[in-house]
Design a protein around this ligand. Sequence first.
Ligand SMILES: NC(=O)c1ccc[n+]([C@@H]2O[C@H](COP(=O)([O-])OP(=O)(O)OC[C@H]3O[C@@H](n4cnc5c(N)ncnc54)[C@H](OP(=O)(O)O)[C@@H]3O)[C@@H](O)[C@H]2O)c1
Length: 333
Amino acid sequence: MPAPALTSRAVRFEEFGEPADVLSVSRIPMPAPGPGEVTIRLTSRPINPSDLSVVRGRYGDLPPLPATPGLEGVGEVEALGEGVGNVTIGDRVVSLGITPGTWAERMTAPAATLVPIPDGVSDDAAAQLVVNPLTAWVLVVEELDVQPGEWLLQSAAGSTLGRVVLQLAKARGFRTINIVRRPEGAQELLDLGADEVIVGGDDLPARVGEITGGVGVAKAIDAVGGPLAAAMAASLAVRGTLVTYGRLSQEPAPFDTGQQIFRGSTVRGFWLAHWFRESTPAHVQETIATMLGMMAEGVVDPPVEARYDLADIRAAVAHAERPGRAGKVLLVG
Ligand SMILES: NC(=O)c1ccc[n+]([C@@H]2O[C@H](COP(=O)([O-])OP(=O)(O)OC[C@H]3O[C@@H](n4cnc5c(N)ncnc54)[C@H](OP(=O)(O)O)[C@@H]3O)[C@@H](O)[C@H]2O)c1
């Protein structure tokens, strides 16, 4: 008798739009893995802002529809396609494919994109390995090379990525000036090791000037965009650099290019998708191994606020978009 066809419970959307309007859960057929592919039984996946941007049709890469959202997650290898030799059934893995599809019980992935997860790394951390911890590392170490003792100015500092930056600051000895939008968020970040916290962007260059002895910061990272990004650019030291990597406000930034001319400062964008495309496979493996090592040691530990079953996708997304979270909302099951 032929084996029963595998299916997968999956979050789906047939058109781009507000997640509450377009997301639903259904059961879809799961084809056997092709040559060089595996089937992964996923167990945990985060709801990241980028996932919701994909659903809203506002991301750099958009999938053909209908689609399953979710750019990352952890699971176990459940079935092997022909010729797969780098993983075996039961291995706990993360796919570096960065294509939507993790908000499902199962997904097919090329075996070459899989990273085995060491026992010392929890599912909670592994599920979040790629999008935020890796980006925080690349921003701090590769994009800006923040040195011990140097200041780093960051916005949306209470975000998961911002909290990982605080963990990296502790491990690598640099100092942080952290911008948050809510006064209640300030003490929590100070307790996590933030050196300075500024609430809101009013008067930002003057506040940063007070902290840095009038010099400004040489290095800054922004996830908000809009007027805050412009205020951060105006807080740079001579020859300083602001890397923008998120646009949470959805607003355009009114830059004064005079600031950049007369200070010789730089504002540039960063997207992890380009880093994957431009890095050698050996460099990607080495960087991932470094991050997994820091996770195993507890140096990097992306926080979790709540877990929801896939079936509760609308409640989970509503929670993920609520201000004042202290960690990521994970989809389990
Ligand atoms: N370019 C890349 O390759 C890349 C890679 C990874 C992440 N990202 C981006 O990094 C950012 C952070 O991601 P995450 O997953 O760490 O975020 P997260 O955990 O979901 O947290 C979002 C944070 O942003 C704050 N926030 C939301 N809207 C805001 C606004 N309009 N103005 C100011 N602050 C706002 C929230 O503040 P409250 O605490 O007050 O609620 C919260 O602390 C996102 O924009 C994401 O797309 C980019």
